[in-house]
Design a protein around this ligand. Structure first.
Ligand code: C2E
Ligand code: MG
Ligand code: MG
Ligand code: MG
Length: 279
């Protein structure tokens, strides 16, 4: 009986694996088509300056709703895109959209920077920096309107890859700012605060969520904010959902917040409306 149960579970495991593989193949096939037809979307999530109560930037987040598959979330899409190499095309698409949007806002007298997420695989392309600068030039988007968010995993690998560090420095010299995303979820995080050309660190949402539950986490968040500020870094809290979290972060001197409490990722037009408000 036991042996039979074991046998069944092995069968169903390989079934699961098979399903995952065919879903991945389907996503890859449909994604190629979507990229070709520019059938992806970008939403923008505002980043609020706590000192002034005004929005100063927005994060570009890719959205994909496929006719056949339905919605594919970034958490599923991005790893597959990284594996298949399609991340280069997604990155170009999002950057292009972001540049056009930043310029449109600027023309409307709306001074907002746009943050884009970039995968390490994109930076393994030796022409990454040049291609970003070319897109900026072609779209006539000033470099200082674009920020690049990298993760700790990126930082960890970039450290040992001089070609990537070189490209980051080149972009920094042109006025592009780097932001360390999901801060605290990787390891040896503090190294990168001094090693990389960073302007901002984003405290990961898991800490913000736990902060009001645990005194220790609250003190940890307070400490990270103090540390970042003492290093002349701007500090942003991600995933802020409640007034309680917002108030604590303000008391701790956090510079920027992003999260559903301020606004969910939304259309560029909605962000424009929020720009004129004060929170
Ligand atoms: P991220 O860069 O850390 O982006 C923040 C994620 O948290 C977004 O999820 C956003 O919608 C979500 N979020 C924001 N505020 C809240 C909140 O208050 N509560 C909760 N529960 N969630 C909140 P999203 O859009 O699903 O993206 C997930 C991840 O996928 C991103 O994490 C980023 O790492 C990656 N990603 C998204 N767009 C792109 C892209 O264009 N290129 C690349 N390479 N990665 C992307
Ligand atoms: Mg991000
Ligand atoms: Mg994040
Ligand atoms: Mg994340």
């Amino acid at each position: 009986n036991v042996r039979k149960a074991g046998g069944n579970s092995i069968m169903s495991l390989s079934n699961e694996a098979h399903k995952a593989l065919s879903r991945q193949a389907l996503i890859e096939k449909r994604l190629l088509l979507a990229l070709d037809q520019k059938n992806l979307n970008v939403l923008y999530q505002p980043q609020l300056d706590m000192h002034t109560g005004k929005i100063i930037a927005a994060e570009a987040l890719v959205r994909w709703m496929d006719e056949e598959i339905g919605v594919v979330t970034p958490d599923e899409l991005i790893p597959i895109a990284e594996e298949t190499g399609l991340i280069h095309s997604i990155g170009s698409f999002v950057l292009e959209q972001a540049c056009q949007q930043a310029l449109t806002w600027q023309d409307q007298g709306i001074s907002l920077k746009i943050s884009i997420n970039v995968s390490i695989r994109e930076f393994r392309d030796k022409n990454m920096a040049r291609s970003i600068l070319e897109t900026l030039e072609r779209t006539k988007c000033p470099a200082n309107l674009i920020q690049i968010e990298i993760t700790e995993k990126f930082a960890l690998e970039a450290e040992s890859e001089t070609a990537i560090m070189k490209q980051m420095r080149q972009l920094e010299q042109e006025g592009i700012v780097f932001v360390l995303d999901d801060f605290g979820t990787g390891y040896a995080s503090f190294r990168y605060m001094q090693l990389l050309p960073l302007k901002t660190v984003k405290i990961d949402a898991t800490f913000i969520r736990a902060m009001t539950q645990s005194e220790k986490t609250e003190q940890l968040v307070r400490g990270i904010i103090q540390l970042a500020k003492s290093m002349q870094l701007i500090v942003l809290a991600e995933g802020v959902e409640t007034a309680e979290q917002f108030k604590l972060l303000k008391d701790f001197g956090c510079d920027l917040v992003q999260g559903y409490y301020v606004c969910k990722p939304t259309t560029a037009n909605d962000v424009k409306g929020l720009y004129h408000q004060k929170l």
